[in-house]
Design a protein around this ligand. Structure first.
Ligand SMILES: NC(=O)c1ccc[n+]([C@@H]2O[C@H](COP(=O)([O-])OP(=O)(O)OC[C@H]3O[C@@H](n4cnc5c(N)ncnc54)[C@H](O)[C@@H]3O)[C@@H](O)[C@H]2O)c1
Length: 263
């Protein structure tokens, strides 16, 4: 699955799943615009791609600011001459219930995870239309389809991403613009490392997450990137408005019972 002569915008492309997507698409021939607010990691990822013979550039962007995102997408359009696909991976995790979540935390999570995804789509859709179509891939989460305790704002944002994806899929189908959501289980990224670091025994968090997935392990970011690449590519030309779980079987098991070797 090659991306020669294709240009792709990746939000959150500096680290984690977005980084894996940027590296994979660039290795397959794409021009990649990495939009992220982490300047050092963004530059490092772009340089790594270029050193490996790929084509990428980094732009510092806070996805919650539409003008910021729009300028960066415009710039990518100028540099590449056209834009073919968008992968939205910028996101944050915070903890709280309906009782304990402060207003500013709700706003922060929704502004980045949901409003940020809308901003990126809103900015790129005119370019995709000009190209006669394209693909938008929103990285949501299994927490768009089920939930855990103490993650109110995150879960709401990830459920919302499915609505955003489906709305875009409907509104722009006749422009040949496809939009799909990807719902990963637990993935080994800096976000997970941060979440585990909040526990007195971070390794126990990794072990529990591994046991929770029927495949008996968590995902590597590359495994999520492979599915994002398929959805971003014309190979998935009849897939739109879809929700793809990439969760090692997590949502398939009854009752969420952890797997043991004894069963
Ligand atoms: N890691 C997991 O287990 C997991 C599971 C399911 C879904 N997800 C989702 O996948 C996406 C990527 O997660 P990850 O694990 O790679 O996270 P990560 O923290 O490792 O990487 C996220 C990237 O987004 C960037 N970012 C965050 N806020 C931003 C903002 N306001 N503007 C621009 N860039 C911003 C960060 O700088 C970072 O480069 C997120 O939306 C996350 O919710 C992750």
């Amino acid at each position: 699955m090659r991306f020669d002569d294709r240009s792709v915008v990746v939000t959150g492309g500096a680290l984690g799943i977005g980084q894996a997507v940027s590296e994979l698409l660039a290795a397959r021939g794409a021009y990649v615009a990495i939009l992220d607010w982490n300047e050092s990691a963004g530059n490092e990822t772009a340089e790594k791609i270029i050193t490996a013979g790929g084509r990428a550039f980094f732009q510092k962007v806070d996805v919650s600011d539409f003008e910021n995102v729009n300028r960066a997408v415009e710039n990518a359009g100028k540099v590449f001459g056209k834009l073919n696909a968008l992968v939205v991976s910028a996101g944050i995790q915070r903890y709280g219930t309906a009782e304990t979540t402060p207003e500013d935390q709700w706003n922060e999570v929704l502004d980045i995870n949901l409003r940020g995804a809308w901003h990126a789509s809103r900015a790129i859709i005119p370019y995709l239309k000009k190209q006669g179509g394209g693909s938008i891939v929103n990285v949501s989460s299994v927490q768009a389809l089920a939930s855990q305790q103490n993650v109110l704002a995150y879960t709401v944002s990830k459920h919302g991403l499915l609505g955003l994806t489906r709305s875009i899929a409907m509104d722009f189908a006749r422009d040949n613009i496809r939009a799909n959501a990807l719902c990963p289980g637990t993935v080994d990224t800096p976000m997970l490392k941060w979440a585990a670091s909040l526990d007195p025994d971070p390794q126990a968090v990794y072990d529990a997450c591994s046991r929770m997935h029927p495949l008996g392990r968590i995902a590597q970011a590359r495994e999520i990137a492979e599915v994002a690449a398929f959805l971003a590519h014309e190979s998935s030309s009849f897939v739109t408005g879809a929700v793809w779980t990439v969760d090692g079987g997590l949502l398939t098991q009854i009752g969420g019972v952890p797997q043991t070797d004894a069963v």
